[in-house]
Structures are given as C-alpha cells and as structure tokens.
Ligand binder design. Structure first.
Ligand code: PLP
Length: 383
C-alpha cells in the first residue's frame, strides 16, 4: 500500500519489508513438520561431509583471548583477509589487495551488502534465471526491482534506463549450468557497453565436474565493474559458521564495508578462524568433496526416472516434471512429501520455472539419496 508521508505508518511495516517473500527454505521447514516419520530432505542445499577445519579442534585456550571477545575489524580478521587476497589472485585470477576483500556473514550477507551498495531503491537488478531464490527477496528488501531474464534469452532486451546491475551465478543454483569464457565475455561486453555493474555469485566455484570454473572478474572487460561472492558454507561444508566474502573494486568494497559495519559491525572472529583453517588446509577436502559430489550427481541422474540434464557443476539436479504436470508441479511435490521425500519447488527459482523442482544430491549419504530417489520414482510411476 502506498501511503502519503503525512499519515503515520503504524501498525504497517515498511513497504519494502512487506514485499520480501518468506524464504522458500523457511516455508519448507514448516511444511516438513506436517510429515513426521522418515523424511529425506533433498530440498535444501546441504552436505553430508564434515568440514576440513572444525571449531572443536581449535586449541582455543592457547589463543590470545582478546580477539575472541573484543570487536573485530570491519573488513575481516587480518589473517583471513590476507589468505583470501592470495587465493583470489592464484585461484580466481582476480587481482585485489586487502582493500578489495570484505568478509561477510555468509554469501547471503555479501550479496545483500552488494545489492545495497550497487543499486538505489527503484533501480532494476537483472537476475539470470533460474536463479538462487533469496536474491529476489534481497533486492525487494532494498526497494530494488528484480527482473528475471532466462539464461538463454537476450540480456540486452531486458535492459532499461533503471537497470543498475546483472546478477549471475556460475556454477548456477538450481540447474548447475556453468558459464564458459565466451559466455562470460558476452555478458561482460553487454555490461561494459551499457554501463552496468556485475554481481557474480560463485559460491559453487569448487564444484565444477565437467568444466573449469572461470571468474568473470578475471576478464579485463569485467574487472572494474564486478563484485564476486564466495562462501565457506559451500566450498568447505561450514554452513553453520556463516562466513563468506566479496571481492571487488576498492571503492565498492569500501562502501560494502560501511554497510557490513552498520549491519553486523564485524563477522565474529572465532568463526573467521574456522574459515581460515579451511582455506589454509582444505585442499585435500576440496578434491575429496568434488569427487564424492560428482559420483553422487552421476548416481542420482542415472537412478531418477524423471528428466533432468546432467549438471556441469553445483549440487543439484533440476528436474523437469512438465510432461506430467504442465506448468505447476506442486501437486507432484506434495505426493513426494507424503511419500517421505522433499524437493524444492521450481517457482522459487523464477516465475516461469513452476514445472521444475530442485533435487540436492550432496546433502545426504549415498544410500539415503538412492532411497529418496526411489520414493520420487514410485510417485512418478503412478502419474
Ligand atoms: C547460489 C547461492 N548463493 C548464495 C548462497 C548463500 O550462501 P551462504 O550460506 O554462504 O550464505 C547459496 C546458498 O545456498 C547459494 O546456493
């Protein structure tokens, strides 16, 4: 409801706040409560692996106590920031100094601060779709208008005078698509010609199976206009620590730093220590996790009766139920839930995606994955 300034707001909340949809994952968690019994959670992006660095293995007593209990630096804990800058240069070929690194409360917070730093209320943020669900709510929360553009559609046709930035994810959630150098160059070219920012979500950078991950900010045309976001949740199975980070041009990162400072002050230092351990000593974990996820992907794709392309990367099968349900597969997902297996409904990933559902193949042990897929197959066989 639009109201005039002279009328007090109470008891209404802000228009932008009210526009944010409830997170699909929170909704599903509530939904899960209706199906007690043995439910296999293939709806959420999770991992069954243990992280390479665990907080309970840190010798806390031996550490200088001060930085565990005092406020920390807004940009991040120095050893972690240094390790990230080094990783950015060697692994991502993104040249940043420590002023171009911002540690955040997970990638979610990095993306929120980036949207706030790059877009004004009323600006448009193009989302290459299907897209990670929360990015839409993040935009709406800042009064930014999300514009969904399918990966395959013309990007240029969606640009208006209000367009501020393009959000892309590679490997993508939910369909695992990975953008190659040519595609990234084409996106960077559009951004350059139309003076747009790029917001590149690369939280699945370590989970490319059939292709090499490339960071768009490593391309000369994109470097000065890209904020890139990463996550310890995805790379190192540390979702509970809530540590992520953004890389970008110094001017944008210094704005994001102010926004981090005004939202959480600083990311808890003990959590950053856990993340630092993973970044410094997690190479063997990454190799093991990548192989284990690749096997899970192949196993899931081979077992599932419903169609889904083999994803090049990421953690999900993007299952196409349209032959049975047309444009709305919710009734099928309800049947799956009643049979004890949950999938994430496609409409959370884009308005035109309601005939699809997302299946996470990394969240449960292989035997549970098989069991979950058998339950989905049993539903499909009866359609
Ligand atoms: C594509 C994508 N971006 C961002 C995030 C958020 O990551 P984090 O848990 O670090 O906040 C996720 C989490 O699932 C994701 O899939």
């Amino acid at each position: 409801m639009i109201r005039s300034c002279s009328v007090s707001r109470f008891p209404d909340v802000s228009t932008a706040g009210a526009a944010v949809p409830a997170s699909i994952f929170a909704q599903l968690r509530e939904h899960l409560a209706q199906f007690p019994g043995d439910v296999i959670p293939l709806q959420i992006g999770d991992t069954h692996l243990s992280p390479p660095s665990r907080l309970d293995e840190i010798a806390w007593a031996e550490l200088a106590g001060g930085d565990l209990y005092a406020y920390g630096a807004a940009g991040g804990w120095d050893p972690l920031v240094d390790a990230i800058a080094e990783k950015a240069a060697t692994k991502n070929r993104i040249g940043v100094t420590t002023s171009g690194v911002q540690v955040t409360v997970g990638a979610t917070h990095a993306l929120a601060c980036a949207v706030q730093a790059l877009c004004d209320p009323g600006d448009e943020l193009i989302l290459l779709t299907p897209h990670w669900p929360l990015i839409r709510g993040i935009a709406l929360g800042f009064g930014v208008v999300p514009i969904e553009v399918r990966y395959t559609d013309s990007l240029e046709a969606a640009i208006t005078p209000r367009t501020a930035a393009i959000y892309l994810a590679t490997p993508n959630n939910p369909d695992g698509a990975m953008l190659g150098v040519r595609e990234l160059e084409a996106i960077a070219d559009v951004a350059m010609r139309r003076n747009l920012w790029l917001l590149s979500d690369e939280v699945y950078e370590d989970y490319g199976y059939d292709a090499q991950h490339t960071s768009i900010a490593s391309l000369p045309a994109a470097a000065e206009r890209t904020v890139t976001v990463f996550s310890f949740a995805k790379s190192y199975a540390q979702a509970g620590l809530r540590v992520g980070y953004a890389l970008g041009p110094d001017a944008v990162i210094s704005t994001m730093r102010k926004l981090v400072n005004h939202s959480v002050y600083n990311v808890p230092v003990p959590m950053q220590r856990g993340a630092h351990g993973a970044l410094r000593g997690g190479a063997a974990f990454l190799a093991h996790a990548r192989e284990s996820y690749r096997l899970a992907r192949d196993r899931a794709r081979a077992r599932l009766l419903a169609p889904a392309d083999l994803p090049a990367g990421g953690a999900y099968l993007w299952v196409d139920f349209r032959r049975w349900c047309g444009d709305d597969c919710l009734p099928i997902l309800e049947k799956c839930a009643a049979s004890g297996v949950l999938l994430a409904p496609g409409n959370a990933f884009g308005a035109a995606c309601a005939g699809w559902a997302r299946l996470c193949f990394t969240g449960v042990q292989p035997a549970r994955l098989d069991e979950g897929i058998d339950r989905i197959n049993a539903v499909v066989e009866k359609l």
